[in-house]
Ligand binder design. Sequence first.
Ligand SMILES: [Zn+2]
Length: 216
Amino acid sequence: MNHPNPPTKHPDRSRLRRALLLGAGATALSAIVYTAVSITGHGDSRHSNTAVGAVDQAGAAWSAASGANYRAADRPHDYAIDRIVVHVTESTQPIAEQVFQDPGHRASAHYLIRADDGHITQMVREHDVAFQAGNREWNNSSIGIEHEGFVNQPDRWFTEAAYKASAELVAGIAERHDVPLDREHIVGHNEVPDATHTDPGPRWDWDRYMALVRSV
Ligand SMILES: [Zn+2]
């Protein structure tokens, strides 16, 4: 599951930063216009698909997390994406989806995978920063995948369908962002520096998972 991030004092910093990134020649007016565009709907033309409900992974369903549970960003232009963090929800899929939609939760993930059939729900766009790793730097540079289930019931929840769907998703993310397919870059939440969470737990089958990832 996810580790809440401390609330940022400057929620508009990324937009301001983007405006500033326009360069020294940008006038205050153009910065204002640019900011307005980004507020009204991710108007950044560099994103491949900015339509409402668009997903990064083909076949995923879209269900938006609350805006309080992630930070709008412009990755990879502001932060490079170089890691994928594997989580287990410690809840059922519907409950996890609900809490990521709850603005009081202060945490989310980019993707949520259902155990029984490997159905993938995307809840945060890959260019945005989901509060999932419990570490601000890692949040900025990673994509988080939640798997429905409980770490101490691997036989019930860590299904063939979930491993397979997750491996295909990881391969897709890795291709989009040039993430190496190794255990330095595809990590468990428990392996994030300063992690206080233990998911996906000792029963997550990393050997099987990585073999599937590399075979996609
Ligand atoms: Zn976690």
